[in-house]
Design a binder for this molecule. Sequence first.
Ligand code: ADP
Ligand code: ZN
Length: 805
Amino acid sequence: MSHFLVEVVIDAPGLFLDKRFDYLLPRALASNAKPGVRVVVPFRSAWKAGVIWRVRSEADVSSRVRPVASVVDVEPVLTEEQLRLAEWLCERYAATLPEALSAILPGAFRVTGGLQLQPARGVDVPDDVRASSTWQFVLQKKPDDRAVAKLDSNAKAQIEAWVELGYLERVLHVSEQVQARLQSFLSATKAPAELLQAAAARETRAPRQAALLRQLAVSGELTWARKEYPRTTVQPLVEAGLVRVDERPVSRFIWPDREERPAPALTVHQARATARLAQLIQAPGAHMAVVHGVTGSGKTEVYMRAIDEVVRQGRQAVLLVPEIALTPQMVGRFYSRFGDRIAVLHSALAQGERRDEWARILRGDASIVIGARSAVFAPVRNLGLVIVDEEHEPSYKQEDAPHYDAREIAVRRAETAGALVVFGSATPSLWAIRQVEDGRATLVSLPQRANGKPLPKVEIVDMREELRTGNKSLFSERLQQELEATVRSGLQAILFLNRRGYASSTLCRACGEGVQCPHCDIHLTVHRADGGMRLVCHYCGYEQSYSDCCPACGERALRAFGIGTEQIESAIATLWPDFRVLRMDVDTTRKKGAMQQIVADFEAGRADVLIGTQMIAKGLDFPRVRLVGVVAADTMLTLPDYRAHERTFQLLTQVAGRAGRADTDGVTLIQTYRPEHFAIQAAAAHDFVTFYREERNQRAFFTYPPFCELAVFLASHPAEHVARGAAMRFERELRRSGAIDYMTLLPASPSGIRRIDNLYRYQVVLKYGRWEDVGQDVTQSYRVVKERMNRLGGSCRLDVNAQRI
Ligand code: ADP
Ligand code: ZN
């Protein structure tokens, strides 16, 4: 007789990398056990949730193979395509299967609830078993796995024996949290005439039944409100074959009132773009397009038309946005166009809410999925279109393992499904333009604003001149004038600075030392707190109070250097005490909903000036903003990142694009000490092509992406020599492997910040052409080092296709 075995992926970090474990599948559980279904299995001395990877049958099974305890899901929670995608994630990003599966389905291994024992049905439990104290104990306990675990080992063995004998059954109790919330629907199974006839017959005998039948004769279906129609009313009608009861998952997402807004007539460029995308959607096979549309060109409308096209063909679409909290405006527009055909996936969803949305997508009830990075894994079965909006945003790259790039996943899924993938931006990444140049993607341009207005006038302000004329303020004369004029005429201004806090560091004028974090190799940042100034570490959260007394030499000569957003706020309060100011950065948006509140307040005109970091550059649409001021463009240029120029150009262009979006002409002022820099010049001139040519040449010359790919290995450990040793070992493993011929290796060295939170960090950077040539060897070397490091109490990570070093 053959036995069913299941290969199960279990999440037990640190113990092994990507092994799958065999379990015996009891026949009673076999019917639901399919790949993608979750199970609970005994693992070492605990119960663990796992995902079935494969089911196979074998004639001989070792007696050491343990049986599956319970099957959690009725239907697979991961589609076949998602399982294949998980496999690919492991190859592409040196990830483990549990990491990949958790990325695709957050909480996949968090099955709440536990095992319960109950007397087996249809089995006569002998009296001595029934009377046993252990048995009593088990039944008295609340149903969770610890009930068994807490018993002494004899009792545990006894229970195991009873389970073997079939007296007891293990039942999994899954708490409601992970089940989709179900709503009951009543629907008619007969034609209206027949229902009305049946209603007439019941009019006096059962008036409620008659009422329900009459209602269904008109509507065909209704949600079951139990107050109105109790079970005693419904059940006889079900038995008579007149009414059917269905349970369906419902969306818990609370929508604002839907206001129908008619689609606007397309501009010439929008019409052309829409037609081009429609062609690509209809053409067989997978395609890629880059939509390069200047800020305010109406890309959203083009996306909506493309989505409409796909949905009308009965296929599904996924729209990725950089940050869902920042796109209430966008979601609102989609809701008013498509209603509840959209599903929204975002990180603030509770587990249950996510499961509801997930279920609606799996069933095809929702045909349009909107969400941030991880929504690229949405379980759509019939994918026709993926759109990645603001494609250049760094948030599409996941910082933790698996270090995936949602843009690559989008391409991969589109290829598998024969779908179109669209990358949209006002400032396409070098990667995206490379796809166009290499003939892999079609370029679609929207060179003008949808409202017919010109792009905002951008002026560069040379801050060296200000110093010469004795202006020591954060604001140049020019910016002061424009701020005054803007606010006095009842319009709004945005001030942008890519640095939070009050000052970025301290320096003693007597000895030249600054105040360092005791746990990290980094200067403490100055923050303004209620009681005065504080020094804060942005890496580990360490805080201390600030005084001008230098901790190194004792002189009262400590000064704050490098401006942050808080300093702008106090400078405005000093110069214009009557201006109403909002600040949006990591510090003011920690609380849930705080970010949306700031956006809503500014949109409603409850403030004159919005100060913010890069958060304010992401696609917000404020019609009353006339002035945008970039307080210090240089802070971005000097970041130790090969993409510093690209980020500067993108942020300046995006921020400038917030000005003059409606009826007012916009003005943007860029303050800088390096007015001649090409990234600043090009952003001021709205000259993407010149920027692109220059940056492309530099990247090609120094061999940086997109002319190679980078992978960054990082080892961290409390002891510096262990971290360094791991990085050196990784380097040696690679030098011994065949992959060394296909890559350039930057030797083991301390990472940009040598110590964070008392952990020393050493890195090895790899440059290579194609991951296919080196991936296997790199992954193998990584695993060797990582397993060793896990035993030593440190950690390793490998960021493949790294976007920064
Ligand atoms: P982008 O994302 O390209 O910066 P949006 O999609 O936010 O631009 O559109 C900018 C503004 O133009 C929005 O207020 C939008 O409602 C408006 N708009 C878009 N298309 C049209 C159109 N065809 N006619 C009139 N207004 C439009
Ligand atoms: Zn620190």
